[in-house]
Design a binder for this molecule. Structure first.
Ligand code: NDP
Length: 284
């Protein structure tokens, strides 16, 4: 019996921790599988995916920049993939149909609520950024029934469009950085949870945020992760917020993909701890 084959497709993808995470899950649940990285050419994700399916691939993760293309290629989409307009998890059905799901949002919500003990119901949430990562998490965040979810982005029109897209799901608004200046004048307009879903941390930049953004017990979350706290988390910490990076989200979205493929839910605590150590010791 050949070993079940999984891949993560991206470009670039060599830095991906997903093979390590899925092997850890496989060990923990006593399963045998192969999980590899695959850097697909920017102009032929579809061709590379077809070849993988022909080779007998069972499932795949999809990362930047192919999530929207993966969405378009699927025969069947989960409700959360449809809401996100993007697919990060592919599964090949017995009848050869390609099934697409999106586990990023549930990964973030589990990390916030289970690993960091946050309650989102009734809270004021702020999501910075209106790209793919932001789009994937808005519906799962709204499902937690926050009092308000505001999306702020460098390009205001993209945040407004995203808010309009999700307005049937809850109290959601969007605007440019200047839409945050309300916080200066109204203590009630501060945020309980602020999630940085911009790519700004990648280039060491801090979005122009007001000094009065956080409520006293607020949490600042950066989807980016690494050995060092991002500039956003350093700033948030100096403002008195509790901070967390996106490593837990990465592991939780992987756990949800693993569950979809293998019907067994891995424990994530030990994997998060071990991955943190691995990053701290220079694995990149
Ligand atoms: P996109 O390229 O789709 O979107 C980028 C967003 O960041 C846009 O809103 C863009 O604004 C904004 N942005 C980019 N540069 C800056 C800057 N210098 N200052 C302010 N805003 C900026 O990227 P993604 O949404 O796919 O990814 C965003 C981040 O989330 C990445 O760091 C990625 O690694 C991380 N991520 C983490 C995951 C995890 O599991 N932990 C999962 C998915 C993503 P504009 O619209 O104006 O261009």
């Amino acid at each position: 019996q050949p070993v079940d084959l999984y891949r993560v497709f991206g470009n670039p993808v060599h830095h991906s921790q997903s093979p390590w995470i899925h092997q850890a899950f496989a060990r923990e649940t006593g399963q045998t599988l192969v999980y590899e990285t695959c850097e697909a050419p920017l102009d032929d994700f579809a061709g590379v995916l077809r070849a993988f399916i022909a080779q007998g691939g069972r499932g795949a993760n999809v990362t930047v920049p192919f999530k929207e293309e993966a969405y378009a290629l699927c025969d069947v989409l989960s409700p959360r993939a449809r809401q996100a307009g993007a697919v990060n998890t592919l599964q090949l059905g017995k009848n050869g149909q390609l099934y697409g799901d999106n586990t990023d949002g549930v990964g973030l919500v589990r990390d916030l609520t289970q690993n960091h003990g946050q309650t989102l119901a009734g809270k004021r949430l702020l999501v910075l950024g209106a790209g793919g990562a932001s789009r994937g998490v808005i519906a799962p965040l709204l499902a937690e029934q926050p009092a308000q979810l505001h999306i702020a982005n460098r390009t205001a029109a993209k945040a407004e469009a995203l808010a309009a897209h999700f307005e049937s799901l809850g109290s959601v608004s969007g605007g440019g950085w200047s839409s945050l200046s309300d916080c200066d004048v109204q203590a009630a307009a501060r945020y309980d949870v602020v999630i940085n879903a911009t790519a700004a941390s990648l280039s060491g930049e801090l979005p122009p945020l007001p000094d009065t953004l956080f409520t006293p017990e607020a949490m600042a979350y950066d989807m980016m992760y690494g050995a060092m706290p991002t500039i956003f988390l350093q700033w948030a910490s100096s403002q008195g917020a509790i901070t967390a990076d996106g490593l837990g989200m990465l592991v939780e979205q992987a756990a949800e993909s693993f569950f979809l493929w293998r019907h067994q839910r891995p424990q994530t605590d030990a994997v998060i701890k071990a991955l943190r150590q691995r990053l701290n010791h220079g694995a990149d």
